[in-house]
Design a protein around this ligand. Structure first.
Ligand code: HEC
Length: 113
């Protein structure tokens, strides 16, 4: 009985741990840290833009194939991918720009290199 409880506790603990350190940690809702990084590049960047980019990425861009891993591609590769994927996701120019800002910023902050 106690052994079962212990096993459940370990499983649950590892799951929670994975959630904090796994790929999901890279995709987070934009906060002050993200905004600070984004305005260095785009002085007119706002948290709303990054949040819209985040929402697009986590809904429209992960509908057909799931998360492609923001930190696993260079900015140039993302630019190419976003250009070819934007029509598939039916993004407007503004949405495309906000998605790009979100992806570049998340990549910069989440990159291990
Ligand atoms: C209508 C379905 C669909 C939507 C919506 C979509 N994609 Fe894709 N995407 C694909 C298909 C099909 C492929 C090629 C097969 C694969 O790599 O899974 C692909 C491939 C990719 C790749 C890999 C390209 C490469 O060179 O390796 C990336 C990155 C990507 N998509 C990002 C996105 C982003 C960002 C969005 C949101 C703007 C998006 N996708 C929306 C269907 C879609």
């Amino acid at each position: 009985m106690r052994k079962t409880t212990l096993i459940i506790a370990i499983l649950f603990g590892s799951f929670t741990f994975y959630q904090c350190t796994g790929p999901a940690a890279v995709i987070s809702s934009p906060a002050d840290k993200e905004l600070a990084a984004a305005v260095k590049r785009w002085p007119d960047a706002t948290k709303e833009q990054l949040t819209e980019g985040y929402t697009i990425y986590t809904t429209k861009c992960t509908k057909c194939h799931g998360d492609k891993g923001i930190t696993s591609r260079s900015e140039a590769e993302w630019a190419t991918a976003i250009a070819s994927m934007a029509p598939k996701a039916k993004l407007t120019d503004v949405e495309k720009e906000n998605l790009t800002r979100y992806v570049y910023t998340a990549r910069e902050l989440g990159a291990v290199k």
